[in-house]
Design a protein around this ligand. Sequence first.
Ligand code: PHE
Length: 468
Amino acid sequence: MNSPSPAGQNGGDSQASIKRGLWSSRMAFILAATGSAVGLGNIWKFPYITGENGGGAFVLVYLLCIAVVGLPIMMAEILIGRRGGASPIRSMRTLTERDGHNPAWRITAVVGVLAAFLILSFYSVIGGWAVSYIGTSASGELVGKSAEAIGGIFSGLLGNPWTLLGWHTLFMALVMFVVGRGLRGGLERAVTILMPALFVLLLIVVGYAMTTGHFGEGVAFLFQPDFSKLTTAGVLVALGHAFFTLSLGMAVMMAYGSYLSKNVSIVKTSIVVSVMDTGVALLAGLAIFPIVFANGLEPGAGPGLIFQTLPLAFGQMPWGSLFGTLFFILLTFAAWTSAISLLEPVVEWLEEKKGMTRVSSTVGAGIACWLLGIASILSLNVWSDVTPLGMFAMFEGKTIFDLLDFVTASIMLPLAGLLVAVFAGWIMTREALESELAMPAGGFSLWYNTIRYVTPIAVAVVFIYNLV
Ligand code: PHE
């Protein structure tokens, strides 16, 4: 990635650019969208769900979901946002009213905004873990520690609700700070530097993983599909994660698309963002699994996986405290840019619907999210046996934290995504789609048929299969 091209290239090209402003360049949009997409989902969640679901076959399904479901929907969301030229809910309304369709379609954006709110509540708790590990690394506490000792540090963190609350509060405050000031000033600049830096540090950890003598095992775990390990529930997790990791189904890409200039290619930018996002996730897997195998850890260890493996690696490599500190700083930034994009649609909705100011919407939404996050914190310790919907087979054994994750990623996001696909593929006119995407005819037909048939059918099948 290089620096953004000169600002102002879109200067005054439409009314929208005068009223709402636009991204200063194509690169700025790519960086912001990548900043939203690349986050805890890639580095924290992808490796642990891959471990829980047996590796290669799951990864293959996930990649398929990105290509067949995620990428076409990302294009659709950006296109809807740009055409509507307003906040997601208003954009959906404009598009339906303009062409005389049922305004109820804006429910798509409503589901998205609600999902964003629920996700941010626990995302901030995990973001807090990342922040806390900056200090843990910097203090030199990890140097030369055994796997058990490192595991002990992590369970110590989870076992203490007050510590978790402190980090969760700090993380949420950081998010509110940026969102309250308006998105674009700092965000563009921060992402330009931080994303490439995160990439480089991940490469360093992959380099270390190569020296463990178990790199081949890690590669095989990730890329050799063993379909006997794949369950239908695993397929749903892979599908939900494709939405989560690309920030889809939450009106985020719609919101960002509304600031995109007409002369930028939606197709190319969507491909770039998806490829970078997938690249970071796979690199994280390549960094983590060799360390797991080299130390006899359990790939299916769950949400704590990266906090039990990476610190181990940093504790053993030369300059480990330095690299570890840098790594957790960057992880925090990656989580931060994603969390900002999660709060943004909620805040826009409050501003528009309730006529609140930017600052009061941010404070209101932020505090509500923070409060809900406390339930996730408690479910890691004091309430670890509480499974509110445990009587239903589908939710068996799921704590509040697990439930929030499952209901959002595996139910709400695919549902919102399905609605986006149907809206773009069946409700919007072909002319409108063609003019927004400006693709060669063959490419357009491919996308059009995918979004009309393949995407909705794939999502519906996985969904229904899991319900039955
Ligand atoms: N895509 C982000 C991640 O992978 C999470 C996210 C989801 C951010 C939805 C914004 C919207 O961590």
